[in-house]
Design a binder for this molecule. Structure first.
Ligand code: HEC
Length: 371
């Protein structure tokens, strides 16, 4: 019975293959390994079957060479075919898997960073919106208040620091290095690059100083025509300064009123200076602090002259616009607040179209709490 050992071996191999498959599966081996174990069993069976096979006839000469080559080719086909059928270890695939894990982590970190950036941007937007709203609200200030008043009125509560607007303005002056060309109190520009500013508050309103900073072509200092034509004063502040900085700076400069220092007269090249007359200045208490909310009245003492009034802002600053005509030149104007009156003569040349018709008048009033 030459058949029976072969059948037995095949039967045994099938049992072993099933056991190997089930066993490795139960132990948690991946499917690839189960296939591999079953394949080993099959290969073992093949070896035993070969051992039992009847001997081959002896080959020689050309037949032997052909058989050798044929066997080699057959083996090659089995190996290559098997290798391509079985799943292979691929470093690129493994790297891809690691990359995937890392990518997820990196993405999460990146998303976190983006979310933070988005939040910061949103904060900036909200800030800009609230600034804009504050500006809009400032427009609803009582009518008749000059523009600069309304704006400076809201300035003090902007930053958290406890500096007055004037102190902040002095800081802005330092920060933007105006002293490179200007002199205040004998300090600053050694060469005479630009005018001294010691009495600039007596010559310009807050709003005109503000306009000069934002647009140097707005007016020029008498005696500095050449420098003005060459555009020596930088026109970059419009882009660099916040509105709050410009106002603080203008407010600081508006407090400089030292007539002993010869500050060049401003010449207006763009504004229409003929229309009306502006009275401006500060109302202060005995201690020198600006008094807010004081009504100031200016009255030209001529027949048919129209008096007008204004209210001081948080810094004690006021501006009053008077309807005075060319023929009113030389009229005396009385400025009064809380029973204190100062008079000045409104002198202007009706033919002069470049000098602003205005006068700075500061008043010192009694503190109502003590009066
Ligand atoms: C590079 C030099 C330079 C710098 C910096 C400079 N200015 Fe001037 N400024 C001038 C010159 C020159 C003039 C005179 C010519 C003119 O009015 O255009 C002038 C004129 C002025 C006037 C008019 C003065 C008057 O008597 O009418 C004011 C106000 C003024 N500057 C303010 C400032 C402020 C505030 C800063 C800082 C933010 C500043 N300047 C920075 C050169 C400069």
């Amino acid at each position: 019975m030459p058949q029976s050992p072969v059948i037995r071996k095949v039967g045994l191999a099938v049992v072993l293959a099933v056991a190997a498959w089930a066993g490795s599966g139960a132990l948690g081996f991946p499917r690839v390994f189960q296939v591999m174990f079953a394949t080993y069993v099959a290969l073992g069976l093949a070896v035993f079957l070969l051992l039992d096979a009847p001997p081959m006839p002896r080959l020689s000469g050309r037949a032997a060479v052909a058989a050798l080559v044929g066997f080699y080719l057959a083996l090659s086909v089995v190996y290559i075919g098997g290798a391509s059928l079985l799943p292979q270890y691929d470093p690129a695939v493994e790297k891809g898997k690691i990359e995937k894990i890392l990518k997820r982590k990196r993405d999460r970190a990146l998303a976190d960073r983006r979310a933070t950036a988005a939040l910061l941007a949103r904060v900036g937007q909200l800030q800009a919106q609230s600034d804009h709203l504050a500006t809009q609200l400032a427009r609803f200030a009582p009518a008749g208040t000059p523009m600069a008043d309304r704006m400076t009125g809201m300035a003090p509560d902007a930053p958290a620091e406890r500096l007055t607007v004037t102190e902040r303005g002095a800081e802005v002056y330092e920060l933007y290095e105006c002293y490179n060309c200007h002199k205040i109190g004998g300090k600053g520009s050694v060469k005479k690059r630009g005018p001294v500013l010691d009495n600039i508050g007596g010559l310009l309103t807050i709003n005109d100083i503000r306009k000069k900073i934002l647009d140097p072509a707005y007016l020029y200092a008498e005696g500095f025509e050449k420098e003005h034509k060459k555009g020596r004063m930088p026109d970059k502040y419009r882009d660099l300064m916040t509105e709050d900085e410009v106002l603080s700076l203008a407010t600081y400069l508006s407090t400089l009123k030292n007539p002993a220092v010869d500050t060049p007269r401003p010449v207006f090249v763009r504004a229409d200076v003929q229309h009306g007359f502006t009275v401006f200045g500060y109302v202060r208490d005995a201690a020198g602090a600006g008094v807010p909310g004081v009504e100031v009245r200016a009255a030209p003492m001529v027949k048919g002259g129209h008096a007008a009034s204004g209210t001081t802002n948080d810094g004690g600053y006021y501006e009053i616009f008077l309807h005075m005509h060319n023929e009113n030149a030389g009229a005396t104007v009385a400025v009064s607040a809380r029973g204190v009156t100062k008079k000045f003569v409104a002198e202007y040349d009706p033919g002069d179209a470049t000098t602003r018709r205005q006068q700075s008048v500061d008043l010192t009033v009694a503190d109502p709490a003590r009066a």
